[in-house]
Write a protein that binds this ligand. Sequence first.
Ligand code: ZN
Ligand code: ZN
Length: 376
Amino acid sequence: MEIPLTHNAIIYTNPGTASLKITQVPTPSPGPGQVLIRLTHSGVCHSDHAVMTNSWRWLPGLTSHDQVGGHEGVGEVVKLGPDLVDSGYSKYNGPGIKIGDRVGIKWFASTCLHCLACMDSQEGSCFHPTISGYSVPGTFQEYVLAPANYVTPIPDGVPSDAAAPILCGGLTVYSAFHKARARAGEWVVISGAGGGLGSLACEIGSRGMGFRILGIDSAAKETLIRECGAEEFLPLDKFSRDPEGDKAMANEVMRITEGGAAAVLVCTSANAAYAQAVHFLRFCGTLVCVGITEGDEVPIRTVNPNMLIKLQLTVTASSVGNRKEAIEILNLVARGVVKPRFTLHKPAELGDIFARLEKGEILGRTVLSLDTESWK
Ligand SMILES: [Zn+2]
Ligand SMILES: [Zn+2]
């Protein structure tokens, strides 16, 4: 396969503002330990919008000018670094990777594999990661470099477009359920159930892991949320945005779940959702923080120690997932248990997608097609 000298990419020309441009960038050559991937698809994630607009204060610094964004990439290995052998090893058994393998890129382009988090199989919290589309060029382009030991093999039964949102959103919620301490058959509330993370959480939690899902979001998203496997739904619009409304919503959750949910996954970036969530829990319940809030960081209000003590509640958090979980969740898709909902778009539509993401108008996930035709 002929590799061009330059290729199409979407860059953030003026981070801090909505500033996208399609341009040509040099196609790099893989260094030691790296592979060059010809991307065919990239998911679009709320995190990409946050990186472009510099709205996540917890990232170590401001986004670089002309950064290539994107972190849910799928494509084919087209060139190996000088030290890698085009081996025929099993993809699941050691470092064997060969030309033509279909692989995925995640939010963390690489992790150190040596820090406390990595050694504890919590690579999603690695202290020294490189981040796709932020600290290294991301997946909104035709070719990308990646470390051979950190790409995720895509199983044969998973189409590349469906794999893209699984590599970040799917992995994130799958890993979060593992932190929820809930058992199959128990109620889990998904706050922000109709968004990119939430819709995957409904799908994976219900069909993939056997939880009873109660989805909460705006009324317009009810159909999608139920299609994704939520057994019950509460429309946010029904409740006033004040302490009275919060109380009424908690009462509804208590009624539906007959005494409270085993866990709540907050999959939205809304501070209000965190303030409500702890009141949805039953004895020994777990609140899992997943959605990263934007702008000024607000503490989770209404959590008080006496309540935690009385109900033996746990407040925990989850950040993406590890390599093994990525393979496990892709296998659930390969087996047809989980069917990610997404819409396919061209790269030129990214600005519009971001604008709708910001307003919370996107249903499910969006994926960009990156084949040559799509850029025209
Ligand atoms: Zn993401
Ligand atoms: Zn690490």
